[in-house]
Design a protein around this ligand. Structure first.
Ligand code: UTP
Length: 241
């Protein structure tokens, strides 16, 4: 089983501290010990937003702000690496080839952002496509894909399952709504559609939920099952579900 796990910055570091980081690192290591190959993509979270806000006030342009965001995602990735006892990863990969090589060498890769004008949502989808993953898991602070922003609208409903084309449509609609936050951005949705990648979007604040989703496909978020996607990973033993 080869899986890419996207860990949002606010999931890993809701506030500065080590507790969440070590809990998520432990789950990643357990999965690797069980024979899973795991690519982790770490987001920037509140720290990225604060740095970007300060730099914007100082007059930095959008590309410069993105570079700062990328640096923070890599900083967060380093924190995850610090919590791992695996010796195979010493620094975040800076591109997909580096991450692919790390996965082949040591069954584990950790990276943050890659290039301006996107987010780690898209990086995660692109890494999953590049390494031909069996599964992509978005561990976000929203418990799935909703018809509307659940923080803003009371009657927002969660989709249990979507095709990739439906995901693109739902996210495009959400992104048209000023201020609404989508759990996955449009570029990521389009890469998922293009690659036909089986994807799960879950609340990843409790890392055990990530482990359960990877081990058995069982979760309370949203399944994105593109048309023509192959059989379920054989790794998912029916009796675990
Ligand atoms: P995130 O992936 O954390 O962005 O990257 P986000 O979606 O805004 O964060 P969450 O999910 O709400 O917590 C932080 C910032 O880093 C830059 C972007 O500016 C992004 O907003 N970034 C990241 C890039 O420019 N390129 C990348 O490949 C990754």
């Amino acid at each position: 089983m080869k899986v890419v796990v996207s860990i949002g910055g606010s999931v890993l570091l809701p506030e500065p501290g080590s507790e969440r980081v070590s809990a998520h690192a432990a789950v990643v290591e357990d999965l690797v010990a069980e024979g899973c190959r795991v690519g982790c993509v770490v987001g920037g979270g509140g720290v990225a937003r604060e740095y970007i806000g300060a730099a914007r006030d100082l007059g930095a342009n959008e590309i410069e702000l993105d570079q700062i965001g990328i640096d923070v995602t890599r900083l967060n990735a380093r924190l995850l690496i610090a919590a791992l006892s695996e010796e195979s990863v010493t620094a975040p990969a800076h591109d997909y080839e580096g991450a692919g090589e790390a996965l082949r060498r040591g069954n584990l890769a950790v990276m943050g952002g890659v290039a301006p004008a996107q987010t780690t949502d898209a990086v995660s989808a692109a890494l999953a496509e590049y390494v031909d993953a069996d599964l992509l898991v978005y561990a976000t602070s929203v418990p799935g894909v909703y018809s509307d922003d659940p923080n803003e609208t009371d009657d927002a409903t969660r989709f249990e399952e979507l095709s990739a084309t439906d995901l693109v449509d739902v996210i495009a609609d959400l992104e048209m709504t000023a201020g609404a936050s989508a759990p996955v951005d449009l570029l990521a949705a389009k890469i998922i559609q293009r690659s036909g990648m089986r994807t799960i979007v879950i609340d990843g604040t409790d890392p055990d939920r990530i482990a359960r989703a990877v081990r058995s496909g069982s979760h309370e978020g949203t399944d994105v099952i593109p048309t023509g996607v192959g059989e379920e990973p054989t790794y998912w033993a029916a009796d675990d579900r």
